[in-house]
Design a protein around this ligand. Structure first.
Ligand SMILES: [Zn+2]
Length: 217
């Protein structure tokens, strides 16, 4: 059992618990916070003590926001991005350019491309990339659904915006090979995206330019 005040992955630090109270409750919070991405033991401790020291209303709002997002946000049945309504905001917006689909690997990549403000078409989220090492092939991704959309929607261009690492490139090559015979223009963003670059982490200017300067595949 982990000692009090020491998240399982933590280095040593001196417990300095408030006197009395349920130490296990605090330890549980430290453990849960420590499991979040990017939160090390020190940050977990800082957040936990911040919550302990601020009023109960702040913690209640945080807890409610977490529960609400899990209850209300689901995958859009059309593009597999996140949605709160029957479809996501982009799919529901008829003013978006219906002739373009930007294909990304994760829903967070949609947010990254949206932030550039340069793209006004539709999206399709694959839900990952082809990765033989992880036993992920086209059947594990939303490829079938993408082909279904190309068959019925008035799409003229598919922009492949998977990351520029090995898996992202392999996925783009695979998709290009099966989409081009359908008579749809296939492009890939390249300029401005460094090799191995992640869409999510690219700055808005570079990503926006990468989309504008896309090349034929
Ligand atoms: Zn959607």
């Amino acid at each position: 059992m982990a000692a009090y005040g020491m998240p399982s992955s933590a280095g040593a630090f001196e417990p300095d618990a408030p006197a009395g109270g349920d130490r296990r409750a605090l330890q549980r919070l430290l453990d849960e916070l420590g499991r979040l991405p990017g939160i090390g033991p020190k940050s977990a401790q800082r957040i936990a003590y911040y919550l302990l020291e601020s009023d109960a209303e702040r913690s209640r709002r945080l807890a409610t926001a977490i529960l609400d997002v899990k209850k209300q946000v689901h995958f859009c049945p059309v593009c597999f991005s996140y949605a709160t309504g029957s479809t996501c905001d982009v799919c529901a917006d008829s003013s978006r350019d219906q002739t373009m689909i930007c294909v990304v690997s994760e829903p967070r990549d949609v947010s990254a491309v949206e932030r550039t403000g340069t793209y006004h078409g539709l999206y399709h989220v694959l839900g990952g990339v082809i990765s033989p090492m992880d036993k992920i092939g086209p059947d594990q991704l939303h490829v079938k659904e993408l082909l279904g959309r190309l068959a019925v929607e008035e799409v003229q261009e598919v922009i492949l915006a998977t990351n520029t690492d090995v898996e992202g490139e392999a996925t783009a090559t695979y998709l290009s090979r099966i989409i081009k015979p359908l008579g749809v223009r296939v492009t890939r963003f390249a300029v401005g995206m460094s090799v191995g670059g992640e869409v999510e982490l690219a700055d808005e200017l570079s990503l926006g330019r990468a989309i504008e300067d896309r090349r034929e595949m």
